[in-house]
Design a protein around this ligand. Structure first.
Ligand SMILES: NC(=O)c1ccc[n+]([C@@H]2O[C@H](COP(=O)([O-])OP(=O)(O)OC[C@H]3O[C@@H](n4cnc5c(N)ncnc54)[C@H](OP(=O)(O)O)[C@@H]3O)[C@@H](O)[C@H]2O)c1
Length: 218
């Protein structure tokens, strides 16, 4: 599978690109926004697309034109204001979905956040101090569910840089707990390789069940 990774220079994105490159089943198109990131990846033999999510849908679609799947793992991060949350976590995600449609790519995996599906019902998530972030994630996921794309929505808990365990817990609703970024990257690839995950949205935290096994239970 040719996988366009949106947010390829991010912390999950870097694990994901490395794991895709190590796999003999996939090729990567790493979407990054800075020239030095492009150079670093190309030195590692990774195909790249230099695109900022604030550019047009057409530009993103052009990056996706050889892809079989798009993974959205970008985010404006905790250091920016609500304006960037809106432009990247919400608008950037939806533009990526529209770009996938324009490029004829059906498969789309998004990295969301644990519990954000309950945002609209509760208007409050006790562990999340940024309401714009929760709202952006909620509406991006809602758009994807209504898009007609073959989607998977992974809602991980608090991300850590602990070493991977290869084991997670998934369910519609989970307690807010930690998960290593590396395990999220593995779960993205396992989702791409398992069509049972199409049309599914789930919380995910560290757990006891091997990732491929747990996805079979969805
Ligand atoms: N932090 C948590 O505990 C947590 C929990 C659940 C879910 N999540 C979600 O998990 C996802 C990935 O997390 P992470 O830790 O890997 O995040 P990260 O390290 O902050 O990576 C985010 C990536 O998005 C890219 N990005 C930001 N603005 C962009 C733009 N205008 N155009 C193109 N790319 C842009 C960044 O590019 P640069 O490298 O150039 O800055 C970065 O590579 C995010 O969606 C986050 O919201 C986070």
């Amino acid at each position: 599978m040719n996988v366009l990774v949106v947010g390829a220079n991010g912390q999950i994105g870097r694990h994901l690109v490395r794991k895709l490159q190590e796999s003999d089943k996939h090729n990567t198109i790493a979407m990054v926004r800075k020239e030095e990131q492009k150079t670093r990846l190309e030195e590692q033999g990774v195909k790249t697309a230099l695109v900022d999510l604030e550019e047009s849908i057409e530009t993103i679609a052009n990056a996706a034109k050889e892809a079989d799947a798009v993974v959205f793992s970008a985010g404006s991060g905790g250091q920016t204001g609500a304006d960037k949350t809106m432009l990247i976590d919400l608008d950037g995600a939806i533009k990526s979905m529209k770009a996938a449609e324009q490029a004829g790519v059906k498969r789309f995996v998004i990295v969301s956040g644990i519990g954000v599906h309950r945002w609209h019902a509760n208007n409050h998530l006790e562990w999340m101090d940024s309401s714009p972030y929760a709202a952006a994630k909620y509406y991006a996921d809602a758009w994807l569910e209504r898009s007609g794309l073959d989607y998977t929505i992974i809602r991980p808990g608090q991300l850590t840089n602990e070493p991977e365990t290869g084991k997670v817990t998934v369910a519609g609703d989970l307690e807010h707990k930690h998960i290593p970024r590396e395990d999220v990257a593995s779960a993205i690839i396992a989702s791409l390789e398992n069509d049972r995950t199409i049309g599914k949205a789930f919380d995910m935290i560290g757990g006891e069940t091997p990732i491929k096994e747990v996805l079979k239970t969805l």
